[in-house]
Write a protein that binds this ligand. Sequence first.
Ligand SMILES: Cc1cc2nc3c(=O)[nH]c(=O)nc-3n(C[C@H](O)[C@H](O)[C@H](O)COP(=O)(O)OP(=O)(O)OC[C@H]3O[C@@H](n4cnc5c(N)ncnc54)[C@H](O)[C@@H]3O)c2cc1C
Length: 415
Amino acid sequence: MESTKTIIIGAGASGLMAANQLASAGRKVILLEKKHQCGLKLRITGKGRCNLTNACSKEDFLSHVSSPDFFLPSFTAFDNKDLIDFFEQKGVELKSERGNRIYPASDKATDIFFALLRDIEHNDNVEIIKNCDVKHLITEKGGIKGVIANNEKISADNVIICTGGKTYQTTGSTGDGYRILKLIGHKIVMPVPALVGLRTENGYPASLQNAEIKNCEIIITDKDKNIIAKRFGDIYLDEYGVAGPVILSLSREIAREFDKGKEMFLSVDFKPKIDKDKLKEEIISTFKTRRTENASSIVRKWVPKPIAEEMLNACRINPKTMGYKLTEKDAKSLLWYLKFRREEIIGDMGWSEAVITMGGVSLDEIDKWTLESKKVKNLYVTGELLDLDADTGGYNLQIAFSTAVKAAQTIISRT
Ligand SMILES: Cc1cc2nc3c(=O)[nH]c(=O)nc-3n(C[C@H](O)[C@H](O)[C@H](O)COP(=O)(O)OP(=O)(O)OC[C@H]3O[C@@H](n4cnc5c(N)ncnc54)[C@H](O)[C@@H]3O)c2cc1C
């Protein structure tokens, strides 16, 4: 039987992996990439270091994924251990960091990219066409026939579409897949930016740009002060609001509600391990024991230097006031700043800074066992284009890789 031909739309993490799997099994592939180069986003992942997966247990892994039930068959087909083996067998040395995050030992995302590209670049089964902008799918009698790209028709027996989400659009992920699939009747769950810094009402002074607060607790509340989400960790302050890994995770938890216009507020508890009464006592007793020091020096007991100035300013305390002159009212103000300062969240840093897109092709219309569209036969959807996302920590790339392998395995098993 003559080998069937598969078109893969998008040479990102998912497309490169799908091409790799199909080509290794001797299947013919045409990989179409809109940009002048493949894998532009993959190469900047993890700040150029690529956190390719997370080495936690299966249960833990799935708990970080938005639709674990949908993802399970793909993860079972190619899980985090398989991914680690895959790259190690290709000669990429890997290392594990805090929170089981897996990176290339070289700290170079390009090592992951080239490991994927090398196999397919000079493979007779694979044709890679760059600067190739796919606009439409060609369907006939409920089945896929090919694509229209750069105004030309390219025929194929199978199509895998993996055009990614909408973030960091200069990498080529501009949300094309949503439009292309909507045209053939697929439902798209409204895409929203997630894993992104949050803008707050007043932000922080520019002088605090990137000041880090360690071991704090971030609490997000509604207008009636009901808690919506909270997390411990380290954050960065900037003139627009707050950023850092904990904020990114929280942004994902609130993205959908926030997009619907729900009012939300953010507070930073600088001292989550001390309750408010104890902290107030501690502040008052510090005023007494350090009575000959000025306020600027005293408050450094609780916050780093750049934040000390901003805190005194916000609390309307003169930094030169000596400890013995500080009052109970001053202690209350400091307590407010350290535990209860609450600012309205007015937005996020947007598509240009979001790590992932939440939303995408509705999972109801994709068969989780094959990743085939339930609307068009032999059309497969993988990666971030799906309404499937996860926390920071390497989970999102694993989704892109696992779903690619699952779709490729389906095609291989059927042809
Ligand atoms: C700055 C940043 C850092 C990140 N770091 C990490 C990390 O360390 N770990 C992690 O797990 N996740 C990380 N992510 C998320 C991760 O990169 C994505 O989830 C993953 O790349 C999704 O893979 P994909 O193949 O589905 O889509 P993409 O990687 O976005 O690839 C889609 C490809 O399709 C192409 N394309 C789009 N439209 C068309 C069209 N019409 N015709 C032809 N081609 C088209 C695009 O040019 C692109 O090459 C990061 C994301 C960003 C933005």
